[in-house]
Design a protein around this ligand. Structure first.
Ligand code: SF4
Length: 409
């Protein structure tokens, strides 16, 4: 066939991943001419793939998803396959679930699973298919061969500066990824295990470039994706406040004065602050350059024993202190907690309930999650979290008074 069309299966939870990957496809010399169609439902995937076939192009449908939506995506794939059972359509899965559990992903019906970071793998895959070559020599792919899992190895970690943060020409100008990977290795979290346990920061010049591209695409706000917002510029998990200040000053210069146009949102969705980084000086920097007066803090548990077991690198007191500082500095803190963690005892639950009640009394909101064993993490084989009655009742009462939200049920 003379060409390829990339059809992005775009779900709300894959939006940020596709921003980065669509940007990489447009920017990479191997794939820059490939037409990209965006489809937001199985019916739209079928329409876009059928249109490509009618033009004589081979459709490559890209799916990106987390473990929580793996079953739903598999059902959507089955719908698409039933509606368009054409062997020329190639379905490729990527994202955290495909990387952590490639075999299960492939058994759901995908031809290929992308393992690791996709900025190099996807453009090279499209180029190989367009040239009629076998793509399975490209690093970062997995497939089934007579029912057995085969892989071309993991894709190498990419340098963020080599790729744009989004694809504004396709209307995909979302939050700018500041940092990939994480030096901490919390046992429930996929970030350090999928992207390596070290930080890779986008440089100041590349962040400026990304903000300019966003502004040109009339994106409303400057937001950032990072595992730990105040770690930007740090190699080791510390907080280089001078680097963060230079970063935010540069972003403010690009965005323009406060109150006139776009806002800068930092340390809030889709990123957060580590509690031990929160200080009056750090919050003064955020207050000076940014528009948000709400920050998200990683708390996870009120039990020091569990915090140590999960490898968080801070204790419960650090969380209480960070909430107090945030409130004193005029920020409303929202604190992440995970319930039903592996090995949790009644003493741990009691400590967490005391912490929840204390933080709520102080004025914080609780962002509650149930533990979800994610593929690729040390706790992948642990049972999913179950919320005990007493903690459930406390969360329900905090929820009623607007002091808890999230997906803990
Ligand atoms: S939970 Fe946050 S700090 Fe811990 S490993 Fe994941 S991204 Fe890093």
């Amino acid at each position: 066939m003379p060409g390829i069309t990339l059809v992005l299966h775009d779900r709300p939870t894959s939006r940020f991943a596709w921003n980065a990957l669509a940007g990489a496809v447009l920017a990479h010399p191997a794939s820059s001419g490939v037409p990209v169609a965006v489809a937001r439902s199985p019916a739209e995937v079928v329409r876009a793939a059928a249109a490509a076939l009618a033009e004589g192009r081979r459709p490559v449908v890209g799916w990106s998803f987390y473990t929580a939506s793996a079953a739903e995506v598999a059902a959507e794939l089955a719908i698409v396959r039933a509606a368009l059972p054409d062997p020329r359509v190639v379905h490729v899965a990527g994202g955290a679930h495909a990387s952590g559990a490639p075999e299960a992903t492939l058994r759901a019906g995908f031809e290929l699973a992308a393992v690791g970071e996709g900025e190099e793998t996807l453009p090279r895959l499209l180029a190989a298919l367009a040239a009629g070559e076998d793509p399975r020599v490209i690093p970062g792919l997995a497939w089934l061969d007579g029912g057995a899992l085969r892989t071309s190895g993991r894709a190498a970690p990419v340098d963020l500066d080599r790729f744009p943060a989004g694809a504004p020409s396709l209307g995909r100008a979302g939050p700018i990824e500041l940092t990939r990977g994480c030096v901490w290795a919390c046992r429930f979290c996929q970030t350090p295990f999928l992207f390596r346990a070290r930080f890779r920061h986008r440089s100041l010049a590349a962040v400026r470039e990304a903000v300019r591209a966003q502004r040109a695409a009339r994106a409303v706000d400057a937001r950032f994706i990072t595992p730990s917002a105040l770690s930007w510029g740090s190699a080791d998990g510390g907080c280089e406040l001078g680097a963060v200040e230079a970063l935010l000053a540069a972003v403010r210069e690009e965005v323009g004065p406060t109150g006139r146009g776009a806002r800068i949102l930092f340390g809030t969705f889709p990123s957060e602050l580590r509690p031990e980084h929160v200080s009056p000086r750090a919050l003064a920097v955020i207050r000076r350059f940014c528009d948000n007066r709400m920050v998200i803090l990683g708390g996870q548990s009120g039990s020091d024993r569990l915090l140590a077991a999960m490898g968080r690198g801070h204790d419960a007191e650090a969380v209480t202190r960070s909430v107090a500082i945030a409130l004193e500095c005029g920020f409303r803190p929202s604190v992440d907690f995970v319930f039903g963690l592996p090995g949790e005892t009644e003493d741990d639950r009691e400590a967490t309930r005391r912490q929840l009640a204390r933080l709520a009394r102080m004025g914080a909101r609780v962002h509650a999650h149930a533990f979800d064993p994610l593929p690729g993490t040390p706790w992948a084989k642990e049972p999913g979290g179950r919320l005990d009655e007493a903690t459930g009742a406390l969360l329900a009462s905090l929820h009623e008074s607007g002091r808890a939200y999230g997906e803990w049920r």
